[in-house]
Design a protein around this ligand. Structure first.
Ligand SMILES: [Zn+2]
Ligand SMILES: [Zn+2]
Length: 492
């Protein structure tokens, strides 16, 4: 069994000939318009591996196979059909009755084959046997008559050896004929020896095993029949019929399973319930990113994330994944701009409690990162101050009066800075300057008419285009000159 390159515990469902990679159903790019599957790397169509790769071979699940008809509904159905046929065979309508009842039974067996071929490993509802049983039975009888007729004709013209050989070939090809008939519902297609040869050649050895099991079952029907005594009665006939019908269901289930396993090679595409659910564009994008990350193609993954956050600008989960990716890859270059968008999204979606954690992680990657939005910075500074991180609070406010000289939040921001400085002994020297600036801001606020703070809209999320915000910080040596943790504070 082959496994997905990116999910080593998941059986592969597709193969890319170009890249020589096996994929599971998650790691592929399905094309909803063409109903095909493509490779994320080379965009070529993928070969489906079918269930042959994921489903265990039928001889490994013999117990389940023989338990298949042992459920209340099919068992009652088999018993009912068997005893009714036994009963009818003692009446003048024997031929017609047996034809109709066998037709119903065969219809049910074909339903078992078809539902198994679709990957359903439980017997279908018995209501599937109601319609079309007689027509099906007539088709099957026609198949047997034509095959038998061919043997007789060969016997007459070419002698008994040739007839015996042909009969053997017919027995060997009978399951193939049945599978082809179930697959095509076309008598001529099923009877064409070339199609039988193709099927047997495609399945190979497992077909021989299937045939072996069918022959064992047929011979055991005769052996079990002997146990019921030589006297012909409704009971003995009924019991023999139960056994042979039970084996027939098992045999058709086996044939269906073979069709399920080799569906791709046989050109039969089983429509399972899983297939019908198409993934959204977003889920496909995430699958693509997953594949790129596991291949170490971080640049490509970043580009896909960038497209994703533009397209799904309110998708917090996607933003979080992108942010985690940038932190994990220590993307110093882009994390700043992206974090500003992400933080704004968190604010907009009413998750301010997450803001500080995100900011801190962004700072771990890029120690110089500052959010661009003044409201966000003051909010963060307040948060840091309240949780005892005074230095970060000071750094967040530092320089705001230069970047937003008229902003109404400045006064509050520098009050906060003064409060934080009082808690840091090393900043004491800078405190008077801060108070001076506060006084200036007070004057400025009193002189200016009250302005509503401008409504900021969230900047378009970006990971690669916008230039980094430039902070004009004049490098000022800290008061004691030996603490690298202190920011150059400016008040002029
Ligand atoms: Zn996978
Ligand atoms: Zn490929």
């Amino acid at each position: 069994m082959d496994y997905c390159k990116y999910h080593p515990l998941t059986p592969a469902a597709f193969h890319c000939q170009h890249c020589d990679i096996d994929f599971c159903g998650h790691c592929i790019n399905e094309d909803p318009y063409r109903d095909t599957q493509r490779c994320f790397h080379c965009q070529q169509d993928l070969d489906p591996l079918g269930a042959r790769n994921s489903a265990p071979p039928f001889w490994r699940r013999l117990q389940e196979t023989f338990h298949y008809p042992l459920q209340a509904q099919p068992l009652i159905f088999i018993a009912l059909i068997s005893f009714l046929s036994a009963l009818l065979s003692f009446t003048p309508f024997a031929m017609l009755g047996v034809l109709v009842l066998s037709g119903i039974m065969m219809k049910y067996c074909f339903s078992c084959l078809e539902s198994t071929a679709r990957g359903q490993l439980n017997p279908p509802d018995i209501t599937t046997a109601y319609e079309g049983g007689v027509a099906l039975m007539l088709s099957l009888i026609l198949i047997l008559v034509l095959m038998g007729g061919a043997v007789v004709a060969v016997g007459l013209y070419l002698g008994p050896t040739a007839a015996g050989l042909l009969a053997t070939l017919m027995v060997i090809s009978l399951p193939a004929v049945m599978i082809n008939f179930a697959m095509s519902e076309n008598l001529l297609f099923a009877l064409n020896p070339l199609n039988s040869i193709k099927l047997i050649h495609t399945i190979g050895l497992p077909y021989g095993l299937l045939l072996g099991f069918i022959l064992i079952m047929i011979s055991s029907v005769g052996a079990i029949g002997g146990l019921f005594g030589s006297q012909i009665s409704v009971l003995s006939l009924g019991l023999q019929s139960v056994v042979s019908n039970y084996y027939t269901v098992v045999a058709f289930h086996m044939m269906g399973y073979m069709l399920f396993q080799y569906q791709f090679e046989l050109g039969f595409v089983a429509q399972t319930d899983e297939d019908s659910e198409a993934r959204s564009d977003r889920d496909r994008l995430l699958a693509h990113i997953d594949v790129c990350v596991k291949e170490g193609q971080f640049g490509k993954a970043l580009k896909l994330f960038s497209e994703g956050v533009h397209k799904y600008a309110n998708d917090r989960e996607l933003f979080e994944m992108c942010f985690n990716f940038m932190c994990a890859t220590k993307n110093r270059e882009h994390i700043g701009n992206f974090t500003s968008s992400y933080l704004q999204l968190l604010q907009d979606q009413g998750r301010p409690e997450l803001v500080r954690g995100v900011f801190k992680r962004a700072r771990d990657v890029n120690t110089e990162y500052q959010p661009t939005d003044i409201k966000l910075r003051v909010h963060l500074a307040r948060d840091c101050h309240d949780s005892g991180d005074f230095m970060t609070a000071i750094k967040l406010i530092n320089g705001l009066h230069k970047q937003h000289p008229e902003h109404p939040l400045l006064l509050e921001a520098y009050h906060l800075m003064a409060e934080a400085m009082e808690q840091v002994p090393k900043m004491a020297a800078q405190l008077p300057a801060c108070h001076k600036l506060i006084a200036q801001l007070k004057k400025q606020t009193a002189a200016a008419p009250v302005q509503k703070s401008p409504q900021k809209t969230r900047p378009k999320p970006t990971v690669d285009s916008a230039p980094k915000p430039t902070l004009e910080l004049e490098p000022v040596e800290p008061a004691d000159g030996n603490n690298n943790d202190l920011p150059p504070i400016e008040f002029r």
